[in-house]
Design a protein around this ligand. Structure first.
Ligand SMILES: Nc1ncnc2c1ncn2[C@@H]1O[C@H](COP(=O)(O)OP(=O)(O)O)[C@@H](O)[C@H]1O
Ligand code: SF4
Ligand SMILES: [Mg+2]
Length: 324
């Protein structure tokens, strides 16, 4: 339903996304993983047609056959309302602290779908029930600060579902939550994708969360997708040196407490040495050169080609070989 081909997003001479190709089928759950600064949020915003004004978008973005890479804001808005919704990274920022939760969800139902106030209220109660909010009637009158982080995330999911999107993009939806709450939010998103035949793009730096939430994975580094494939295969048998590094940095994949140690405390994980360089300082060749432990002499200069490792697995590294 959504297909990005060779999409780049540039700011001046620097690229926040470079030559990204990903597609999402109806009802499919795709994970986007990578360290902070790898371009995950920018990819989510690109799929929403919400890149900053200063950005230059190249390549092809197709949504149910419509070509949107160079579409105006007016055209994007029409598609967004009915097809794509996003849960943004900052949960508190997305809710108006002075607005009751009921009004927050009723507003788009009235504005976008033209429902009457009474119908919007009924629909909000249904949505609250669908996302597992207990006592929905009481919640209508509450303000964001009166409920827990997990309940706020459920309200945001209900808000994202108001126009029945066929694609939901969730940017770090569990990062701010306690481990057991995070698990329940992941399971809610998986269940909603199944019951609504809704595609899900689950963005997270937490591999255990992505392992639980998704069927397919795209690993990002320096604004590029460097490895894709079915989630279990990529996590069990990573091909790209960066993915291997990420997994080495993330013990206990598939454990039931994403981002937490056995004591339930948030882990400071050992990471790949170095950090993602600023956009302007990324190497012209392989983006991972300079940090890669198995780098070849030409890696910094020559861009590696995507290589088809097997059926539906692709990785982009000189060690693996040529074009997919
Ligand atoms: N408005 C902007 N102008 C220029 N660069 C930006 C802008 N927004 C994000 N970036 C850059 O894009 C890169 C990717 O950022 P982001 O998508 O937020 O990463 P992630 O979500 O993976 O942490 C970063 O280097 C960031 O500095
Ligand atoms: S292309 Fe070179 S630098 Fe990049 S990941 Fe492969 S070996 Fe490492
Ligand atoms: Mg982000």
């Amino acid at each position: 339903m959504m297909d990005l081909k060779g999409v780049s997003v540039g700011f001046g001479a620097a690229y926040a996304l470079r030559d990204v190709s990903v597609s999402i089928a109806r009802g499919e759950r795709l994970g986007i993983v990578g360290e902070s600064g790898s371009g995950k949020s920018m990819l989510g915003l690109t799929m929403m047609g919400m890149v900053p004004d200063a950005a230059r978008v190249e390549g092809a973005i197709a949504l149910d056959g419509a070509q949107l890479a160079r579409a105006s804001e007016r055209v994007w808005r029409r598609h967004r309302a009915r097809k794509v919704a996003m849960i943004f990274q900052e949960p508190m920022a997305a809710l108006n602290p002075l607005q009751r939760l009921g009004e927050t969800v009723m507003e788009p139902l009235q504005v976008h779908l033209g429902l009457s106030r009474a119908a919007a209220r009924d629909r909000t109660l249904e949505l609250f029930a669908e996302v597992g909010i207990p006592d929905p009637e009481a919640r209508l009158r509450q303000y964001p600060h009166e409920i827990s982080g997990g309940q706020r995330q459920r309200v945001l999911i209900a808000l994202a579902l108001t126009c029945d999107p066929s694609l939901l993009i969730a940017d770090e939806p569990t990062t701010a939550l306690d481990a057991h709450v995070a698990l329940r939010i992941i399971d809610l998103l998986v269940n909603l994708a199944a019951s609504r035949q809704m595609a899900l793009v689950f963005i997270s730096h937490d591999l255990a969360a992505v392992a639980r939430a998704t069927e397919r994975i795209a690993v990002m580094y320096g604004g590029e997708v460097i490895e894709t494939g079915p989630t279990p295969q990529v996590l069990q048998d990573p091909q790209h040196p960066y993915t291997k590094g990420l997994l080495g940095a993330r013990p206990g994949i598939g454990g039931e407490t994403p981002g937490r140690g056995p004591d339930g405390r948030r882990k400071r994980l050992p990471t790949i040495p170095g950090t993602v360089p600023p956009l302007s300082a990324l190497p012209a060749g392989c983006r991972f050169s300079g940090r890669c432990p198995v780098e070849l002499p030409h890696c910094a200069r020559v861009r590696p080609e995507p290589h088809r490792v097997s059926g539906n697995r692709i990785a982009t590294c000189h060690l693996l070989g040529g074009r997919a």
